[in-house]
Every structure is written in C-alpha cells, then in structure tokens.
Design a protein. Structure first.
Length: 287
C-alpha cells in the first residue's frame, strides 16, 4: 500500500538531557554534525513518505527553523564554495515533500501526541517515527516495514530482542505465531517488571498504523507515568484488529539516554572515513 503520511512526535521536554535541552530541543542534538530529527526525516523520505507531520511543543521552534532554513546567498564575501555548501544545506527536504507543524499544548504522552494528528491523517494509514531511536540499517527500517504493509486495517510495530532486565524500559509484546520476521501479536504491556514480561521482544520507535488507532487513543485514560500511553491503545486495538511485530534488521541506538547518545556518536564517527582512523587511535590511547 502507498502510505504517504508520517508523524514525528517531538514535543517532549527532553528532561534527561538537561541543562542542554533548556533552549535546544532534544531532537536537535547532533550525531556528529546532523541533528537526530534530520536522520529520522531522511529515513522517512527515503522510504517514500511525502507528507511529514511534526507534533511540536511551543519551545520547539528550532525544529521548524531547521527544516525551513533559507540561506542568504547575497552576502558579498561568500565564495562560490560557501554558496554551494549553504545551498545544499537548504535541501534537507525535497521540494515534493510537505511539512505540517502541530502544537501539542502539553506533553501528555506519546499517545496524546499522535492523537493531535488525527485531522491531518484523515482516513489513511500512517507511520510514526521516534527520532530518539536512531537505527542504522540498509534498507531503512521504515522501508523494510512498508514492504510488509499490505492491509489498511492491519498495523505493524517494530520490535527487537531485549534482555529480560530491560523490560522496564519498553512496551513488551506477547505473540502467538511467527512467520519470518513477523510476529502475530496477541498482547502488549507497557514497562512490565522482568518477571511479568510476556516475552523478550520490546517495541522500538517505528510504527505503521491503521487509522483505527485513533478510535482507541480516544478511549484510553492516563496510564504509566500519568500519560496517555500508545501501548494502551495498541492493547485495545488487538481485540479487534491485527497487529504484527516486525523484527527489523539493523543496529539501533537509544538516543533517549545519555549513554545511548554517546555510543551513537562514537559508532557513527567510527563508520565515517573522515574521522575513523584518528578516533580509533584516540580511543586506544585513552584506554
């Protein structure tokens, strides 16, 4: 199916990265020289999405500014090299791709953030991408998932194998059948205790939803953390609609944590020929 719309929930407070996020959105923190949100957008565009919907808070203007950047190329002392460089920086999003920015008045949870996009989504299926989850893969995870999305009444959520002790950080699925990388999901629990986790597969930040998810988001009340939890809506949806877990191929970095963010910068730098050799030498000497 041709899924065109993708939602980026980026209205969170970024409290784990304070004081850096007092004035800079967490999603604008860079992995080397590119902000997290740009990696997420590039993945979506590469997967064929052409309508980008950002759910932002009133302190996240920097995200909008980043994607609307229009350089002044008339500055008298700009060399042609610099003009070309600035011009390329302007082409973060191709001309055929549209952006919509929706303000979430309060950060009341991921489920609440997605619900803000209901009017813009309409009756179509759509994707959700969490920029915190930086995933290095070829093809991209969204492209992998799109290749398996055949039914507008069925949803697909990305999953990965986790350690039992990590269940407190994930929505964890239960499943009945597995066919290749697809798991027919029967239940999902938000951040269960390790002894209560129904499996060792946790949900990560890539989803393709039937628009029916909005019906269930509107039914639920605040859950874990006193937030409107997307996991609770998926749990309700499972009673009426098929949801598949998709075990993606790729390396994920949880950039919602400081350690994951540091690891992502090191990993991406070690894969960059401009930095790899010197960085390896630096790390070796440091250790």
């Amino acid at each position: 199916m041709n899924v065109k719309k993708v939602v980026f929930p980026v209205a969170g407070l970024g409290s784990r990265f304070l004081p850096a996020t007092k004035a800079i959105p967490k999603e604008m923190l860079p992995i080397i020289d590119k902000p997290l949100i740009q990696y997420a957008v590039e993945e979506a565009v590469d997967a064929g999405f052409s309508e980008l919907i950002f759910i932002i808070g009133d302190t996240k203007q920097a995200i909008k500014d980043h994607f609307n950047f229009k350089p002044n190329l008339d500055i008298s002392n700009l060399t042609e090299v610099k003009k070309n460089f600035l011009s390329e920086m302007h082409k973060v999003i191709p001309d055929y791709v549209t952006c919509e920015y929706i303000i979430q008045d309060e950060p009341l949870g991921l489920g609440h953030a997605i619900l803000q996009a209901k009017e813009d989504i309409g009756e179509e299926p759509f994707a959700v991408v969490l920029a915190d989850d930086l995933i290095n893969s070829q093809p991209s995870v969204l492209k992998q998932m799109k290749n398996h999305f055949k039914d507008k009444d069925t949803s697909i959520i990305a999953i990965q194998k986790i350690k039992n002790c990590e269940s407190l950080n994930y929505g964890v699925i239960d499943y009945k059948e597995k066919c290749s990388n697809l798991f027919k999901t029967t239940n999902i629990i938000e951040k269960p205790l390790p002894e209560k986790a129904p499996s060792d597969y946790g949900v990560v930040g890539r989803y393709i939803f039937s628009n029916k998810i909005f019906t269930f988001l509107e039914k639920i009340s605040a859950g874990v953390g006193n937030e409107i939890q997307l996991t609770d809506a998926i749990k309700l949806m499972l009673e009426e609609n098929l949801v598949y877990g998709y075990e993606f191929k790729g390396k994920r970095h949880d950039c919602g944590t400081k350690l994951g963010f540091i690891e992502a910068n090191i990993s991406y730098a070690l894969n960059d020929p401009d930095y790899a050799d010197e960085l390896k030498e630096f790390i070796k000497n440091l250790l």
